[in-house]
Every structure is written in C-alpha cells, then in structure tokens.
Design a protein. Structure first.
Lengths: 279, 393
C-alpha cells in the first residue's frame, strides 16, 4: 500500500514522506553521508517515471546503503550481505510484472556479491541496479573494498591500498548490462533523470553513484565531506558514451561521468521463453 | 609473566595472534569481529608482525585462503561471526576433513533472521558438527591464552585439526579487561614452530581434497573422527602446560561451588561469570546451588561432565540457541543424552534465553532458578524447555 502524503497545511511534510517509513526515522546515516541524497533521488525518479509503485519492490543487501530497502514504504526486501541481485532475480522471474530496483553498496554488490552482478548482467535480467559507491565498507567501520582507490587508507590498508579497484561501468558493460551510467550525488538532476530512464526501459540497468562516506573514508584520507563535493564538482568530466575502459575512478586524473551504454538485447525472460517455451 | 594491562578483548586477541607469530591472516570484516582483524592489519602494517594480511572479498574466500595457506605448511588465522560463518560453512567442513590446523575465533553473534548483530550462540550451534575442536573462552584473559593454546593443540602431529575459539560478541569483544601478556620466551617454549605432517610441496607431491568413493568414504570419516576424540588428551596436556607457565589451569568442564549443590546451573561462554555471582547470592539466601561451565564443546568431555553433576538433583541448562522443533536448546539436547542411563538422574530444566543480546542480569537468573524449582516440584516437567522472558507467550 502506498500511503498518501499528509497535507495538513500547518505541518511541513516532505514531498517524499509518503514513500518513507517515517516511524523508522531518524535514519542511521551520518551527517555528511551521501547515501540519503542518492536515496531521495531514487524515490523522486520512482515517482516521476510513472512506474506503478504498487508493483515495485526494492531489494538491498547489507550495509549503510542497504538500509534503503528498510526505509522505503513499499514492498522491500532487505537480504543478506551480497545477495541482493539473486534475490531480485528470483523476484523478477517469479513475478515478471514487478519493477525491481536493487539499491546497495559497492562492497555488497562487487566484493562479497560480485559474482551475482556479472551473471545478472550476462543474463540481462530486467532490473535497475543502483550502487552507492563510497569507496569503502561503511557499515563495518571502513575496511578496504574492491572499489577503494590505490593508496587510499582504510582500517585494513593503513599504509595505503596496494590493489587496483574495479572500474564498475567497464565491468557492467563487459558483462552485458544494457544500460550503464555513472554520476556523483552532487549531480542530482542528471542522476534522477538516469534512474528514471533505467526504471522505464527493459534489461539490466546499472547506475554507479559516487557518494562520500566522511566517517570512514573521508576521515582517514583527509577529505571532509565538503572537499569530497568539491572534487565531485571540479574533478569530474561529463562525457556521455565514453569508452568504458577510460572510466577508472581516479580523481587526480579526473573522473568521467555520464551515460555510457544504452543498448538493446533480449532480456532473460524473453530468451527463456523463446528457447525453452517455444513449443 | 608479561605485563598485565587493560585492553579491549578484541585487541588482546589480536596481540595473542601476533605472539603466535602467524604467517598469514585472511579475513573479511563483520561486526562484532572487526576490531580483531583491524588490529591485526595494524600490527602487520606497523611491522610488529611479519605476516601476510589478506583482506579477502568474503568469508568463503577467507576460509579458502586459510586452507591454501595451511596446506602450504604455514600458520594461519582468521575470525568471523554469524553470517560470515554461515557463508564460510562449506570450507569450514572441508578444512576439518583435510586435517588443516587453522585457528579461528568466532565472535558469537546471532544468525539472521531477523537481522541482528547482537550476541548469542545460534552461530556456534550451526556448526556443531563441523569436525573442529571447539572451546569457549569466558573472559579476556581466557581469549588471550586460548589463541596460543589453540595453535599448540591444532598443530600437534597427533591432532592436525582446525580449532575454533568461541567468544561472546560485544560482551567480550568490545569490553576492556585486564589481560596478562606472556613473555616471548614463554610463548616460544609453549608453542613450537609449526611442522606440518603433510604439505603441498613439489619435492614430495601429495593430493589434498581428493574424491572419496563409497568404498573409502566411511573409513575416511572415521579417520577424521578418531583424532578428534583422541585430541582430548592433547588438549588437557596443553592446558596443564599452560597452567604451569601462567598459573591459570583450565579444564574441559569448569565448576564453581558444585560439590554439595542440589541444583546446578549449566552454562557455556561468558554467562558463566554472571551466573557465578548468582550462585553466591543464592547461597547467601540459603539455597544449595552451584555452577558447571562447559568449556570444551568438541570433543565433548563426557566423563568430566558426568562427574561434575553426579551429586546434583536438578540441572538448569542455559541455552543461547534454538533447535527449532527439537527437544530444547542444543546444549540441553546434548546433555540429556549424556545423562541417559546414568544411575543418578537429575531433573533437567532448560531455559533458552539471551537471544540476540537480550540482557540477562543476576535477577533474571534468579527468576530462572525460581521457575526451575517450581517446575521440579511439580515433579513432571510439563514441557522440555522454556523461552525465558519472552512476551506474548
Ligand atoms: C556474510 C557477511 N559478511 C560480513 C558482513 C558484515 N558487513 C555488513 S555491511 C558490510 C560492508 C558494507 O559495505 P558496502 O556494501 O560498501 O556498503 P556501505 O555500508 O558502504 O553503504 C559488511 C562487511 C555481513 N553482514 N554478512
Ligand atoms: S559510515 Fe559512511 S556510509 Fe555509513 S552512514 Fe556513515 S558516512 Fe554514510
């Protein structure tokens, strides 16, 4: 059930309140955290896209980002760490009428659950995957992730991270995703427009959103939230259709944002019906 | 002995791992285990521990890396909790059958769902039958001592089995307690350099993890169970030697004022310390009460347990996990069976409590005592077990 916003004029009601379990507010997100902005962008896109919210389900894994599913006042599925995509796959295949949104963190989707991402994209399962990439495991206190930049300091790489991070859009493209975009949480209009587009098209759509984790990433890497936002403004380049191999997250070099992939491919269900049900 | 200092139990656990001079740590973070791993990463980073620290991408990988490291003949440590253990489950069973002496701390936390990060023993009981040696440490000092003990026992050539140390999440991992460190030479004397019985080396090839066809599978399993059963003598010898060094003598079953007690509480983990205070208070009220704490969980110390309870009329078994649809909590189910056929048949009451960090205070244990006495006086126990303090029941 979608509750209607309470519009008593004397009370100030946030326009997205009806999509939120207000009884669970205040939320857990820290001051300066980027997740809330991405979450509200996602809610706005859900409304503006015109998708049937009664037939929409949000799935998330575990993490600060993963809390999203629990705050949403629609059907939602807070799964285990790393398993958002397989849960979502089951949902979509079990009820193809559902709009399925996966909202989760970079650790959840690309470290412990990385395998599921590539297979979801390979099968082109019709869902929208939104990854809040804060370059670290936020919830557990700031350990190195598969997205942590080289040399960045985390509680498990105290002299700096020796390993190269994933280029997420490249991985999505190579695995077969049909829609791929990247924004930062500062580029809220572009982000909302892309989420809206992803929600209304079919196939496996992936949107990476860079967002600060001042508590665990910023503090250790001498980056206050506002400085991170400055990087998002000054050190990003918007380049739609950029070559996916150029899309490393390297703020020294500049980080490319935009819409990179928008292609058609039969979805998992279409392929299945054609191959296995065409008697 | 070394210095006695106040330190968070997780940090002292990591310091003990450092003293054990491990070659490798592979771990994935999960609350409430994280501080152990983070401190180890710091020790490696700062050059205090010459080891590889591998921040893997999941617990399944953590235990798999440990298997590889151990198979190559090196000393390895990992730790996890709850969902992390559930995810590494596959390899937890494998490394026992492969006889790889990995030492792991499980910072006990409830298994989902509902999702919870708090302490109980539902994760412990999910791997009861995994073939590892399993011990409970009840306070910071015990955790420190048992890391060194763990490697000594696991790597004994007659044992060669993985060993898990259970410590209560938050109740232990996040509190500061006084811990007496060992001197380096004491550790060196107690814990010899790891000499693997079999390891993967090109000069002397062996195959590990091979297929076990039906004609050999059962034999392989017996060959795994026997050393686990027999490890008890190595375990008690290692505790004796530890006691001779530190003055702290550990036993498979610890007891407190049990000799003349009519009623005994039976606990596992850090609840033992709380219940010992309950025993004192009840004794002051003139009640005949004592405490038996199971420290060694696998191999189970049958004789020691029977001996500890032989004079008691009533056993109050405290469980921190559920065996859904079973005859009570896993500890009670086990102990009923241990007592079957004994001449002295105490009345057994079983309480499942403290799930997912719900506080259990002295008052709660006193309530349990009272409830148990009411049940016992009714002679037949109307039910095998009771959930303590649950609303709406
Ligand atoms: C199997 C398992 N392992 C570990 C954890 C602990 N854990 C919870 S969230 C998390 C990482 C969170 O990082 P990310 O997915 O990037 O999300 P963020 O908190 O940064 O939004 C970890 C390791 C868990 N819940 N389950
Ligand atoms: S820890 Fe980081 S990711 Fe989590 S809520 Fe705080 S700022 Fe956000």
């Amino acid at each position: 059930m979608v509750a209607k916003a309470d519009s008593t004029p004397s009370e100030q009601v946030h326009p997205l309140d009806h999509l939120i379990r207000t009884d669970r507010i205040p939320h857990i997100w820290c001051t300066g955290c980027g997740i809330g902005t991405v979450f509200s962008s996602c809610l706005k896109a859900m409304i503006s896209s015109g998708i049937d919210l009664e037939k929409t389900c949000m799935v998330s894994g575990i993490g600060c980002t993963g809390r999203g599913a629990g705050y949403l006042n629609l059907d939602s599925f807070h799964t285990t760490h790393g398993r958002a995509i397989p849960f979502a796959t089951g949902l979509k295949l079990g009820n193809p009428n559902l709009n399925v949104i996966v909202f989760s963190g970079d650790g959840d989707l690309f470290a412990i659950g990385g395998n599921h991402f590539i297979h979801g994209a390979r099968r082109n399962i019709d869902m929208t995957v939104i990854c809040v990439n804060n370059l670290i495991y936020g919830m557990t206190g700031g350990q190195v992730a598969a997205t942590t930049p080289v040399n960045a300091k985390t509680t498990t790489t105290q002299s700096g991270n020796p390993d190269a991070p994933f280029n997420l859009p490249l991985m999505a493209w190579a695995s077969g995703a049909t829609y791929v975009a990247r924004w930062t949480m500062l580029h809220i209009r572009e982000l909302t427009a892309c989420i809206e587009k992803a929600l209304t098209r079919s196939g496996f759509s992936f949107i990476e959103v860079l967002a600060p984790c001042p508590t665990n990433y910023g503090r250790r890497n001498r980056e206050k939230s506002l400085e991170t936002l400055r990087l998002y403004r000054d050190k990003t380049i918007i380049k739609n259709n950029a070559d996916p191999s150029e899309l490393d997250v390297d703020f020294q070099k500049g980080v490319i944002l935009g819409e990179f992939v928008d292609r058609e491919r039969p979805t998992c269900i279409e392929n299945y019906d054609r191959t296995c049900r065409a008697f | 002995m070394g210095n006695r200092i106040g330190l968070e139990v997780s940090l002292s656990a990591a310091e003990a791992v450092k003293m054990a001079n491990v070659d490798c740590i592979a771990a994935y973070p999960i609350t409430p285990q994280t501080h152990i791993v983070e401190h180890l990463s710091e020790l490696v980073n700062d050059g205090h521990l010459d080891a590889e620290f591998i921040p893997v991408e999941s617990e399944h990988s953590a235990m798999s890396v440990c298997a590889g490291v151990s198979a190559a003949g090196a000393r390895v440590f990992t730790c996890t909790s709850s969902q992390g253990l559930a995810l590494m489950n596959e390899i937890v069973h494998i490394v026992a059958s492969m006889r790889l002496p990995i030492v792991t701390i499980l910072a006990n936390r409830s298994l989902s769902g509902p999702l919870s990060i708090w302490n109980d023993h539902t994760d412990v009981m999910s791997i009861r039958d995994c073939g590892w040696i399993q011990v409970f440490a009840n306070n910071g000092q015990e955790v420190f001592d048992h890391v060194l003990f763990g490697f000594k026992v696991a790597e004994n050539e007659n044992v060669m089995l993985p060993l898990m140390i259970h410590i209560d999440g938050f109740i232990l991992t996040h509190v500061i307690e006084p811990v007496e460190f060992w001197e380096k030479d004491q550790v060196e004397k107690y814990l010899p350099v790891f000499k693997p019985v079999h390891s993967l080396h090109p000069d002397k090839p062996v195959t590990m993890g091979a297929f076990g066809m039906p004609f050999i599978f059962s034999e392989a399993k017996v060959a795994q169970d026997e050393p686990l059963i027999q490890s008890k003598s190595v375990i008690t010898a290692a505790w004796k030697e530890l006691g001779d060094i530190t003055g702290r003598y550990y036993k498979p079953v610890e007891t407190y004022r049990n000799d003349d007690a009519e009623t005994l509480f039976i606990t596992q983990g850090s609840y033992g310390d709380t219940v010992s205070l309950v025993v004192d208070e009840l004794r002051e009220e003139g009640k005949s009460v004592g405490l038996v704490m199971d420290r060694l969980w696998r191999p189970f110390p049958f004789n020691e347990f029977r001996d500890a309870v032989k004079n008691a009329d009533n056993l109050i078994i405290i469980d921190r996990a559920i065996s859904y649809g079973g005859q009570g909590g896993p500890l009670a189910i086990e102990l009923r069976s241990v007592m079957y056929g004994e001449k002295n048949q105490p009345a057994i009451t079983n309480f499942i409590c403290g799930l997912a960090g719900r506080d259990m205070t002295i008052k709660d244990f006193k309530n349990i005592y009272q409830r148990a006495m009411e049940k016992v006086k009714g002679i037949t126990l109307e039910e095998d077990y009771e959930y303590y303090g649950v609303r709406g029941k």
